[in-house]
Design a protein around this ligand. Structure first.
Ligand SMILES: Cc1cc2nc3c(=O)[nH]c(=O)nc-3n(C[C@H](O)[C@H](O)[C@H](O)COP(=O)(O)OP(=O)(O)OC[C@H]3O[C@@H](n4cnc5c(N)ncnc54)[C@H](O)[C@@H]3O)c2cc1C
Ligand code: FES
Length: 521
């Protein structure tokens, strides 16, 4: 999270802008009352909202207008032009919203409408109590959405974590690199939960669900009754069983406590071995390099991230890390660890006073299994994120849902997907019957390099690169049997947003077609 505000570029919108200069469907960046604002014309209507995304301060003026919303170019949050509300994660807060007056052929941005934004009426006929198991991306977003939608019943979040919900993606990036202070990491203050009457219980591990009596039982013996239950227990790192794997300098990274411990250990370390050459491993490698630690990465694959991004991008990422001083040991694995080194299958020994293992995660489904819910490499949910048990929903890393683009059931481990699923599950708990149809999105950052990825291509037979990878200006399209499944963009944020909209329209068109085909003649 950066504290940088958009510079107050462009005209003072309180002084008026000639309507003739406002192109239909374009955004004009200006400012009013010391705040950066975008002014948008859609037909006869004019809208003015804050120009700085409330997630990580992305520049909304460089985003995409889609009907009466604007999408952020960085991580695709979506804001209403009419109210400024954050309609889609990862932004959780609204931007400001301003009244626009048209007079004498000019548009004038007038007063801030924040006071005029009304909460929706309290929902009636809703579950008397909602329990959310998990205080991560999905659990937190669901709790917030329930209150945002006017739910006034009892709302409890039970989290095994010791910390209030936090920005997990940052744990391997700026926080670990030392460029983000810890105060940026919590998503909300503890007071936020009190103010919104969300009973957030930390260090509260749920041990069992009694579906017949609609109760959850905590490991410490306490219990909570629910009318509706959301399971959002996330994922946990896969542990490597190898000699020395439990030595104190061998670390995994999932929680804030893990990241804190890693930061503390890193401050006295000189040589690190990272086992695992996928996202977490490579982000950790980059962050440790920022701390001037000598880093070796060990991976089973011969080309990092080839399975997800293709060989060309994989090789580019490898070279990027090598240029920053990382040494790779690929196509191999660690066979043992001791206090001073890691031994590889070949017998080679790499000195290490810090070892970080990032070899993937597995969904935390023990509770769902115990409750007898349908499981298929994750918790099986339908398009409304309902599990096989009435009144129980699942969201986030644990949920395997029917992907609207391919028709296949997928489970992904992405922050934005988890938050959006939490939001959809919350609305469905309130009886909205809303399908989860967000197109998957994730991003990564390593050094000064990053990309955004839209869609989901678990398997692909083609990765076409448009533009130049070495110039960090390209779009990569992933296809299987000719079908476009996903798009990754490097420094082409707008193309990433356009790809998202294109996927959404493909889904909508396909559904309209099947509705017509199924409609009685
Ligand atoms: C270091 C790191 C960096 C990442 N970077 C990115 C990124 O750049 N982009 C991206 O898209 N994704 C990223 N991810 C993945 C992303 O963070 C996850 O997809 C997301 O957090 C999943 O959300 P969730 O709510 O399903 O689970 P989580 O956020 O893991 O939350 C699960 C919660 O459930 C709780 N819990 C588990 N079991 C119980 C129980 N029995 N009782 C009570 N509570 C329980 C846990 O304590 C936790 O609070 C990253 C993940 C990590 C670890
Ligand atoms: S900065 Fe806007 S979505 Fe992240």
């Amino acid at each position: 999270m950066t504290e940088e505000k958009a510079k107050l570029d462009g005209p003072d919108l309180a002084q008026g802008v000639a309507l003739s200069t406002l192109a239909e469907g374009a955004m004009l960046l200006g400012h009013t009352q010391g705040e950066a604002v975008i002014l948008v014309r859609r037909g006869d209507a004019l809208f003015a909202i804050g120009a700085v995304c409330t997630h990580y301060s992305g520049p909304l003026a460089e985003g995409l207008l889609v009907e009466d919303t604007v999408r952020c170019p960085w991580h695709h949050a979506c804001f209403s032009l009419r109210t400024g509300e954050a309609l889609r994660a990862p932004a959780l807060n609204a931007v400001s919203c301003w009244r626009v007056e048209q007079r004498d052929g000019k548009a004038f941005v007038r007063e801030n409408l924040e006071g005029a934004r009304r909460p929706p009426p309290a929902a009636s006929g809703m579950p008397g109590s909602v329990v959310i198991v998990g205080g991560g991306a999905a659990g937190n977003a669901a709790a917030e959405m329930l209150r945002q939608e006017g739910y006034a019943g009892r709302l409890t979040v039970l989290s095994a974590d010791e910390s209030v919900p936090y920005d997990r993606p940052n744990l391997s990036k700026n926080y670990l690199a030392g460029s983000a202070p810890e105060e940026w990491i919590p998503l909300r203050s503890p007071e936020f939960y009190q103010e919104h009457d969300i009973d957030l219980k930390l260090n509260a591990r749920v041990a069992a669900i009694d579906t017949a009596n609609r109760q959850v039982r905590l490991a410490d013996g306490g219990s909570y009754a629910y009318d509706a239950l959301l399971l959002a227990t996330g994922a946990e790192p896969v542990r490597l069983a190898l000699p020395g794997g439990d030595l104190p300098h061998v670390r995994y990274l999932r929680t804030l406590a893990d990241s804190r411990a890693l930061v503390a250990k890193a401050s006295g370390s000189k040589q690190a071995v990272v086992i695992g050459a996928s996202f977490i491993g490579l982000e950790v490698a980059a962050s440790l390099r920022a701390r001037n630690i000598d880093v070796h990465v060990v991976g089973l694959e011969t080309c990092p991230m080839e399975k997800i991004l293709g060989a060309e991008v994989g090789n580019f990422i490898r070279k990027l890390h090598e240029a920053h001083g990382v040494t790779f040991h690929l196509g191999t694995t660690a066979t043992s660890i001791d206090k001073r080194s890691v031994t590889l299958r070949s017998g080679e020994s790499i000195p290490a006073d810090l070892v970080v293992i990032g070899v993937g995660v597995r969904p935390v489904v023990a509770l769902a299994e115990q409750a007898g819910l349908a499981i298929d490499r994750g918790v099986t949910v339908n398009e409304y994120l309902e599990t096989s048990a009435p009144g129980i929903f699942a969201a986030g890393d644990i949920a395997r849902w029917p992907d609207r683009l391919t028709g296949e059931r997928i489970r992904v481990e992405h922050w934005v997907v988890a938050e959006r699923q939490g939001q959809t599950a919350a609305r469905n708990i309130l009886g909205r019957r809303e399908r989860f149809d967000a197109v998957p999105f994730f991003w990564t950052e390593q050094y000064d390099f990053g990309f955004a990825y839209v869609g989901h291509a678990e398997r692909f037979d083609k990765a076409e690169i448009d533009g130049r990878l070495d110039a960090r200006d390209c779009t990569i399209t992933f296809r299987r049997s000719g079908q476009k499944l996903a798009v990754a963009v490097i420094h082409r944020d707008l193309e990433g947003l356009r790809a998202e909209v294109e996927f959404e329209r493909t889904i909508a068109a396909r559904e309209a077609q099947s509705a017509r085909a199924g409609a009685p003649s």
